[in-house]
Ligand binder design. Structure first.
Ligand SMILES: [Zn+2]
Length: 78
């Protein structure tokens, strides 16, 4: 089965499975396409993930570019 495509938009802030080495785990989406461009909100480092990798690592939305509410599939706290 294919991994579901995450409906991200530029400006969304997302959380991934693994935090950045700087300790932050909030990523702003800066580019869409075959690769997803992300910028770490902790250290401003820019990274790219292949679309497939991004979908696999995605854990939830922190905020949406359109100002909408947090998606109901946001990972619950443990
Ligand atoms: Zn960082």
């Amino acid at each position: 089965m294919a991994v579901p495509i995450v409906p991200v938009h530029i400006g969304d802030v997302v959380r991934l499975k693994k935090p950045h080495p700087c300790g932050a785990n909030e990523w702003e989406v800066t580019k869409l396409g075959m690769d997803i461009g992300l910028r770490c909100r902790g250290c401003s480092r820019a990274v790219r993930l292949e679309r497939y990798d991004f979908d696999r690592r995605f854990r939830g939305f922190v905020s949406r570019a359109d100002g909408g509410g947090i998606s109901s599939n946001d990972a619950s706290e443990t």
